[in-house]
Design a protein around this ligand. Structure first.
Ligand code: SF4
Length: 340
């Protein structure tokens, strides 16, 4: 087992023989200024994403999990430059997303899309399905008439297993699961290569969640898509993700292939999250680890290991020393003083 003190650099590049990284994120930071007083002076920063590195291979799904407020949504949106990162490098197919000009960013946006959490809030109630799904086609000049637009939108509705005759209906006429399929059709309309699924199934009933996850997996295989699949629930990413990165308070604390993470989690935070996931095999049930207290404020994160205020295995040194990133082999890395 080896250790490195440089978190940003320690995220391993794909080994030779692997497909190349489609998205490569290094040392990503997003700090939000906190202002106070009459003159709105900056009195501090919320470190929502603090030195995060990860990559997504062509055709791969990376799960990004953690409790609410851990920074996973901010990381996903910063990678797409829907919000501007404070620092770090984001390369999409070799193009620097942070430095892209207006024209380049417009081209990149065709290839990088997002599916939002709330299927009720993310669709404009005054727009028809044809207008919602076909908006990108119009903006990018990919259709020349209403007839062509409706025909193309109908094809995308079929892809998400909806009836193409729905093109002239409105969002209120659909169930939550159907609305999310419309959101997926919108994301697919520009034939992207990469999609951020931002808590894309969290607002749905469990039975509908499984259908939408199966649909996303089918679409990935049919269209050669890559996903960054953001979720607060590890059980949701289990079936769809090839690898999983676990975030806590703005940092990635563990990354591994999905099987390895579920079989042998190294970080106490991952172990606690996993202990809450129901297992089909009763002989493999582990004792539930209940984390005490809330996630500390990212405005004033704890010193040393940021998890030390809640960690069941905390040691004295954890309170002052930042843990190094350890390599457990086969792409499995974690940040912890245990095993020193
Ligand atoms: Fe727990 Fe210490 Fe490891 Fe942090 S470094 S996860 S506090 S044992």
């Amino acid at each position: 087992m080896t250790a490195s003190t440089d978190h940003a650099m320690a995220e391993k590049a794909p080994a030779s023989g692997d497909s190349p990284a489609l998205l490569s994120v290094k040392g990503l930071k997003k700090y939000f200024p906190v202002r106070k007083g009459l003159f709105s002076r900056v009195v501090g920063h919320v470190k929502a994403v603090d030195d995060v590195s990860f990559h997504v291979l062509e055709g791969e799904t990376l799960g990004l999990v953690g409790e609410s407020g851990c920074g996973k949504t901010t990381a996903g949106r910063s990678a797409l430059r829907l919000i501007k990162p404070t620092a770090g490098e984001v390369l999409f197919d070799g193009v620097d997303v942070r430095k892209a000009g207006v024209k380049e960013l417009r081209q990149l946006r065709q290839h990088m899309q997002i599916i939002f959490q709330d299927p009720y809030a993310s669709l404009n109630p005054r727009m028809s399905v044809a207008e919602i799904v076909g908006e990108g086609l119009k903006v990018h000049g990919l259709v020349s008439s209403r007839v062509e637009l409706e025909a193309k939108v109908g094809q995308f509705l079929e892809r998400v297993r909806l009836d193409p005759s729905f093109v002239n209906r409105y969002p209120h006429e659909f169930s939550g699961g159907q609305r999310q399929r419309i959101g997926i059709a919108r994301a697919l309309s520009l034939s992207p290569r990469f999609i951020v699924c931002d808590e894309a199934v969290s607002a749905l009933d469990v039975s509908i969640q499984a259908q939408v996850i199966n649909l996303l997996m089918d679409l990935r295989d049919e269209m050669g898509l890559s996903y960054l699949f953001i979720a607060h629930d590890l059980s949701v990413v289990r079936h769809i993700a090839d690898r999983v990165a676990v975030m806590y308070l703005g940092k990635i604390v563990e990354t591994a292939k999905t099987g390895s993470l579920f079989r042998s989690p190294k970080h106490p935070y991952t172990q606690a999250l996993l202990s809450a996931v129901p297992r089909a095999d009763p002989t493999r049930r582990s004792e539930r680890v209940v984390l005490q207290g809330d996630v500390p404020s990212p405005l004033n994160p704890p010193s040393g290991c940021a998890f030390h205020t809640r960690c069941p295995a905390v040691m004295d040194r954890c309170k002052s020393e930042s843990p190094p990133l350890r390599d457990a082999g086969d792409g499995h890395t974690y940040s912890c003083h245990l095993d020193d």
